[in-house]
Design a protein around this ligand. Structure first.
Ligand SMILES: *Cc1c(COP(=O)(O)O)cnc(C)c1O
Length: 453
């Protein structure tokens, strides 16, 4: 099957044995080997939180990535396992009480829905403003917020090998159908792209498109090789499979087929970018993770890395510096450091913007220029991606210096603007203009856009 692959692929694959994907969810959480040794109160708390927020982990993450001697402080444990303080104390108590009293399933599910409703399930106007229209109808499973880039959510890719506790798309994993972006319509994607020559980038996202079988992924990507879609020059695939299931690229049955699909896209002159989600160097600590990176890079695809700054996981410049250094060594290009979004378990993970900038700056100081390609800390907010460029003082007023990395209006990009310094603020909507201005320069125009939507 792999006979047409370059020798380098074959030789190394044989050194790694495959692994059967084994998944744990809220239903069998207590049976996970490391978990069964934890104190009863902690296991109960995990159960309570997992009845509200999504939980899913696989055996590779449990056995190879988590250092169980360091639980609960281990960063990967925090990254996948529910923690008590992810819910507000009042929400936690209500759910704990319902479970203790053995309330019926319907009642517990209703309570879970109520609590989820308090957690801002659709941040950044994703449902209202970003879904594009084609011939008068909303195109399902797509977002088109910034002119050059279309996001596509293939329906078979709306799950992940494990879930991150801080995921901003958490709502789609807890069964609320209407919270879900998804499409199984390759045709509607291709029609849309054909009629939008301004789109240079297609970003396949999820969930995780890399949970899909190669033949399903090919159904969306292969048609790009046909005439009429030459303007789509860049194909990005967002994934955390390099962390959660690197076997996808090495030993899974259709791993070689996947690499060949990427090779064909590269051969067509496309820039193929694997947008790898990473938060901590421990995610790249195994031989299989390194091998997956090597094999992906052998296809001619680039790997770029992005991920949010999170309390309890990577709120430390040393972690970011180590992550970026390791990535650069392995040929990965650091791309974005995000600010944790205003949704889900943000109360547990959020870090003041002032601190986020400090972590970014202190990490940058420690790496060479090749590691300084990550922009951030960046907030993916309603009007656009807003970067904290720094904290300074202008005529005696302490301010945040901000800029748009992306804007709903492309003309907003790269204009410096200023907010009053606020040591507590964690999101754009908590910032106020500096120098006594009533509003930020883009706000009137943004309001107009909202009115027209
Ligand atoms: C970040 C983002 C993109 C991609 O922006 P780039 O600056 O090109 O990486 C596209 N669409 C949405 C909705 C985004 O949040």
């Amino acid at each position: 099957m792999s006979s047409t692959l370059p020798l380098r692929h074959q030789a190394s694959t044989n050194d790694f044995s495959g692994r059967r994907f084994q998944v744990f969810t809220a239903r069998n959480l207590a049976r996970i080997p490391g978990v069964s040794h934890l104190p009863e109160s902690q296991r109960f708390a995990m159960q309570v939180v997992a009845s509200v927020l999504p939980f899913r982990v696989n055996d590779y993450v449990v056995e190879e990535l988590i250092d169980w001697d360091r639980v609960p402080d281990d960063p990967i444990f925090q990254l996948v396992f529910p923690q008590r303080d992810m819910l507000a104390p009042e929400s936690f108590s209500r759910m704990a009480e319902a479970i203790r009293r053995d309330r019926d399933r319907g009642e517990i599910q209703q309570l879970a829905r109520d609590i989820r409703g308090t957690l801002n399930p659709h941040p950044a106007g994703q449902m209202e403003l970003n879904v594009p229209q084609h011939q008068g109808e909303a195109v399902e499973g797509m977002q088109h917020k910034y002119r050059e880039t279309v996001l596509f959510f293939p329906s078979q890719g709306q799950v992940c090998h494990s879930y991150c506790t801080f995921c901003f798309r958490w709502a789609q994993f807890v069964g609320d159908k209407e919270l879900r972006f998804a499409s199984n319509e390759a045709d509607s994607l291709l029609d849309y792209l054909r009629s939008h020559p301004e789109v240079s980038d297609l970003l396949m996202t999820g969930g995780d498109p890399m949970v899909m079988k190669t033949r399903n992924l090919a159904q969306y990507l292969e048609p790009l090789l046909k005439p009429g879609l030459e303007h789509v020059q860049t194909v990005r695939i967002g994934t955390k499979a390099l962390t959660f299931w690197p076997y996808r690229f090495v030993t899974d049955k259709d791993a070689d087929e996947l690499l060949r699909l990427l090779e064909r896209l590269v051969a067509s002159g496309r820039h193929v970018a694997i947008m790898a989600h990473y938060n901590h160097p421990q995610e790249i600590s195994t031989a299989i993770a390194e091998e997956a990176i090597r094999r992906l890079r052998d296809t001619g695809a680039e790997i770029r890395s992005q991920g949010p700054l999170l309390n309890h996981i990577n709120n430390d410049p040393a972690d970011w510096a180590a992550l970026w250094r390791k990535q650069v060594r392995l040929g990965i290009i650091p791309y974005y450091m995000f600010v944790e979004r205003d949704t889900g378990a943000r109360r547990y993970f959020e870090v003041p913007l002032a601190r986020a900038w400090e972590v970014y700056r202190q990490a940058m100081k420690q790496v060479s220029g090749l590691g300084r390609t990550a922009r951030g800390p960046s907030m993916s907010a309603d009007p656009g991606k807003v970067e904290i460029q720094g904290v300074t003082e202008i005529h005696g007023e302490k301010v945040f210096v901000l800029r748009f990395i992306q804007g709903r209006n492309p003309d907003w990009v790269q204009r410096p603007f200023f907010a009053r310094f606020d040591p507590e603020a964690t999101w754009l909507n908590q910032l106020r203009p500096a120098f006594g201005d009533k509003e930020f320069f883009y706000e009137a125009e943004y309001r107009e856009m909202l009115n027209q939507a």
